[in-house]
Design a protein around this ligand. Sequence first.
Ligand code: NAD
Length: 416
Amino acid sequence: MAAKFNPWAMAQEQVDAVAKRIKLDPGIHQVLRNPRRTLTVSIPVRMDDGSIKVFEGYRVQHSLARGPAKGGLRFHPDVTLEEVKALAMWMTWKCAVVGIPYGGGKGGVICNPKKMSQGEIERLSRRFFFEISAIIGEDIDIPAPDVNTTPQIMAWMMDTYSMKSGYPAPHVITDKPLEIGGSLGRNKATAQGCFYTIQAAAKKLRMPLKGKKVVVQGYGNAGFFMAEFLKGAGCKIVAVSDSQGGIYKATGIDVAAAKKHKEKTRTVVGLKGTTKISNAEILEINCDILVPAALENVITKDNARKVKAKIIAEAANGPTTPEADKILNAKGAVVIPDILANAGGVTVSYFEWVQGRMGLWWDEKDITERLKKIMDDSFAATWDTAAKEKCDMRTGAYIVAMKRVADVTKLRGIWP
Ligand code: NAD
């Protein structure tokens, strides 16, 4: 039987490999490969039938070296402490690679929100946030949404923290609804940032985007906006998919019509004028740009050889396994790694935090310009590092990120 995928082991292996490559001081290496704080909480919730159910939740702060921890909270039956530790570490690298002043954090609760009422979810959210609030704060750790958590849940959590504090404390959390201090542009920020990295990669490859064939796996928040941005740049979106399957149209899919169809029927499958294809087939279609925007571990050693795209932009977290990465790089494909490709989301969350603390809100033009500059600079730093070190872009991004965190750790020193 195949060994169960252990994200924490994989996250530590990635750090070990880069530490070796950059000859990192062994003491600093030990600091970077371990989480700074790990908190486990029990969350008693009164269920609608009057019974009390106790859930387990976590908040992990991997690093506070470059600033407060930043990262989402996920509600899912498969949440494990190992997974949360890995996700927290990846947030450290993501924030460092785009140069925003945060460390990395992540949290989660083992629960199935799809089987809970709104009232149960609200009570769970409030009690969980209360329990972790000992290590939360606008200068300590600033959570955000993740799988199955929403702006409404962020609003409940912000309210819980404010009630405990006795004053409004909106800056302890981001991705809030606009009415209570959310930022313009957050809903499309991940896709927008990813689009800027594709534009930059295409320029390096001297590959004009106009007329290029694109495949997008996953048609949720990140996937839909990716399709929209790439279509806007003149690309032809030949296939998209969701959990029910995929659709193909050689002359290009109408992305707005696909969204409407999904809203009405809960899937893109069945859109008029398109052919149904499977989620496995979609990755192997003849195209120039492939955007995995759904799940982790979808490009593996079993299908990587059949991937035809020249640019693979990881809007999703962890879509490519390490073996597949090697195959794609050997084929000469450019894989824009997740910690860079999807960092537009956390970057605009950072903008929300900055605007809230200033009490001054920017218009969408300001946000777009600032996001583009950050993504372009981060892409250039990664590309140049990969060229200098003669490595792939993922290793390049890790080198940039780990050096930044290591430098700050060394400068600050080990206390006491
Ligand atoms: P979402 O829930 O809005 O959309 C996910 C989409 O994937 C849905 O359309 C769903 O039907 C589809 N899907 C589920 N299982 C699938 C399968 N087996 N095959 C194909 N499609 C499948 O989520 P999202 O916010 O768009 O996030 C997508 C990915 O992007 C995740 O990996 C997430 O971690 C990553 N990401 C998102 C953000 C953000 O700001 N939204 C930021 C960083 C990273």
